[in-house]
Design a protein around this ligand. Sequence first.
Ligand code: HEC
Ligand code: HEC
Ligand code: HEC
Ligand code: HEC
Ligand code: HEC
Length: 355
Amino acid sequence: MGKKTGFIGLLTVTALLAVLSVPCPARVTGVCVNCHTMHNSQNNLTVSDSGSPTQALLISDCIGCHTGQNTGINEEPYVNDTNPPLYRTTGTEPDSNTLAGGNFYWVSSGLDRMGHNVEGLAVPDATLTLPPGGDGSFVGQLRCAGSMGCHGNPLEPEQIPALKGGHHYKDHSIWQDGTTLAKSYRFLDTIQGFGDRNYEYHPTDQRHNKYYGLDRSAESDQASGSISSLCARCHKYFHNGTDSIAPGSTFGSGVWIRHPTDFDMSNATSSTEYQGYNGGSGTGNPYSVISPVATADVSTTLNTTIYTRAGDAVVMCLSCHRAHGSPYTSSLRWDYKAWPAGGYNGCAVCHTSKD
Ligand code: HEC
Ligand code: HEC
Ligand code: HEC
Ligand code: HEC
Ligand code: HEC
């Protein structure tokens, strides 16, 4: 190659680099090599965690990339830690280092009942061999994604393919309307919401996830798109199904046989109790990150207060639970069983006359 062509070649490469470095809508950032390997080999050594090629030429799998200790500046949300995370009393304290979903650390340390026993992190739960409240259709050990998991396309058996179209296309600035996987809240297919950019690392009433929920008038309503409807995929009768939450046609009129979810507290029969939510008086109460509520509002305006608009005080599964795991039984947000001798009464955020 002559000097001139070499220069032109350099120009072309520079131009190409310039094109490649134009910001694209992709959400994952950084050079490709941070996450991908072209031949799964470097200096003749395999680079993948498992020693076998990972799909989509990735250097690691879901668990590999999402294991670590949260510092508030890490780009990938860490949902599993190899050291004990600081959860404190409610996982929301200023020196805690878990995220909204909690952490798999405890369940992976052999504490079966402290979270979802996800394959690769924990052995199958010895007691809960099927999802409680389920209709029997989910059988086997949970995975992060796909037909055996919570994230991604539920019809795809393989995990990485189940996330296809996810990581590179996430736009955090818009309401996640669930129309595509990238536009689904936290890659939970069809689920709506608006995620905090820091995944609730040190959340406050001013900075937190906005969960989508619906005020139902009947338990047959599946409340599609709500965060609780995600849980209902496997725990169906804890959320919807004839006569499984309230007997006969009494749904919403105060007789419950399972704790209501996707139900707005403003419709409760004993209204004064719930008007005191999180120390408020029934209008513009501060949002609680200890026991959060969902909202039917689909704007990107954060719900920093509740009882401000219709359908903004919706009880959901995550009012009491962490999705991944916590240091408490049944993956609860606070230590329900140890209260009142110890533990914490998070129930009182809503049940204000029961503290
Ligand atoms: C921070 C990590 C990360 C970086 C950096 C990254 N990727 Fe990816 N990429 C992923 C993950 C995770 C997947 C698979 C899951 C998914 O599709 O969400 C993926 C999937 C892909 C896919 C197949 C699925 C699709 O969306 O079409 C292609 C092609 C791809 N990446 C190309 C690239 C290129 C080219 C670069 C550099 C410009 C790059 N990636 C940088 C994480 C990354
Ligand atoms: C894809 C199926 C699936 C989905 C979706 C799902 N779960 Fe589960 N869940 C299971 C299975 C299976 C078990 C029992 C085995 C285990 O603990 O992993 C379980 C167990 C649990 C437990 C008991 C944990 C324990 O060990 O005491 C809780 C609490 C729970 N799930 C809450 C939720 C919540 C809240 C959601 C929604 C954010 C949800 N689940 C979504 C399948 C699912
Ligand atoms: C190569 C590393 C890598 C792999 C493999 C990977 N992720 Fe991620 N993931 C990331 C990074 C980096 C981010 C943060 C991207 C951002 O800021 O939007 C992320 C973000 C996420 C998010 C949050 C999306 C949101 O709403 O902000 C979820 C959920 C997620 N990943 C799930 C998964 C699942 C499930 C798998 C396996 C099927 C997986 N990831 C595999 C690197 C990875
Ligand atoms: C008001 C708080 C609250 C809400 C809302 C709530 N749960 Fe629970 N859940 C608990 C408590 C407390 C326990 C453990 C003690 C008990 O079973 O009463 C529990 C236990 C569980 C268990 C374990 C059951 C077993 O057989 O051991 C599962 C699974 C579960 N919840 C799933 C869900 C799902 C799914 C939703 C939403 C549809 C939900 N929970 C909503 C408080 C709640
Ligand atoms: C996010 C708010 C919220 C939280 C947190 C919450 N509850 Fe509730 N709870 C409600 C609402 C709303 C009702 C329905 C009241 C009605 O219809 O009058 C309810 C109903 C109940 C009922 C049935 C009462 C009846 O009238 O049939 C019991 C029992 C109960 N909750 C216990 C608990 C316990 C125990 C906890 C903590 C583990 C808890 N709740 C946490 C909002 C909440």
